[in-house]
Ligand binder design. Structure first.
Ligand code: PGA
Length: 241
């Protein structure tokens, strides 16, 4: 199972201290074989990578620029720079960035260039509340997968995170049957037996007891609750209890 922490625009150098608990927890629970990935803001990628260097916890970026090479793009960071800072993953297609104008084609270019640089992709897809109400969930997901992963051959480098937009930060989660069906739909669409599909959206240490019952899930992308180390550890412990 994957447990991916998306810190969004939270965290500073002081916050890194809280990772000591995580490092110890991961060491003690090696036998459980879960994978933990932290995606902090750009400013913390280097220092976090250094701190986690001897642990099994990996680091990822939360987005990147689509350009492969260096260039005059004020405020941006490309996949090469993420890799150089110690990241092994990058979140792409997050709805918070789609809402800021990133479209499927742009995301596809980011996916391609990030894979070329050797990064693994946490590829986010999900429908809005309006799309859900209009019964457009599957057509939205199909389009995001079709264009976003167009001509991507190395599907092994990609972890899909299904994150319904109406679920992110709202405390509302889909019911287990709907979630099971959507995850199966995604797995069928990408036609890759070993593809990993995670769920994200308001995952916390209370609803994990329900979410963990979903048989076809390969893990969770956790926002708000991941900023509190105790909560994150509690989520992992409960998943295995
Ligand atoms: P949330 O965020 O857990 O705070 O809902 C999840 C995400 O946006 O990845």
């Amino acid at each position: 199972m994957y447990f991916i922490a998306n810190w969004k625009m939270f965290g500073d150098s002081k916050t890194l201290k809280s990772l000591n608990n995580v490092i110890n927890f991961v060491k003690k629970n090696k036998n459980k074989r879960f994978k933990m990935i932290y995606c902090p803001p750009f400013t913390l990628i280097s220092s976090m990578s250094a701190k986690l260097a001897k642990s099994a916890v990996q680091v990822g970026g939360q987005n990147c620029h689509h350009a492969k090479n260096y260039g005059a793009y004020t405020g941006s960071v490309n996949p090469k720079m993420l890799k150089d800072a110690g990241a092994e993953y990058v979140i792409l297609g997050h709805s918070e960035n789609r809402q800021n104008g990133e479209d499927d084609k742009l995301i596809n270019l980011k996916v391609k260039n990030s894979i070329d640089e050797g990064l693994n992709i946490i590829f986010c897809i999900g429908e809005t509340l309006k799309e859900k109400k209009n019964k457009k969930t599957f057509s939205t997901l199909s389009k995001q997968l079709r264009i976003g992963l167009n001509k991507i051959k190395n599907i092994k480098k990609i972890i899909i995170a299904y994150e319904p937009v109406w679920s992110i930060g709202t405390g509302i989660i889909p019911n287990n049957d709907d979630l099971f069906n959507t995850i199966s739909f995604i797995k069928k669409k990408i036609k890759h037996q070993s593809a990993k599909v995670l769920y994200g959206g308001s995952v916390n240490n209370k609803n994990i007891n329900e979410l963990k019952k979903i048989k076809n899930l390969d893990g969770f992308l956790i926002g708000g609750a991941s900023q509190d180390t105790k909560k994150l550890i509690d989520i992992i412990q409960k998943t295995y209890n």
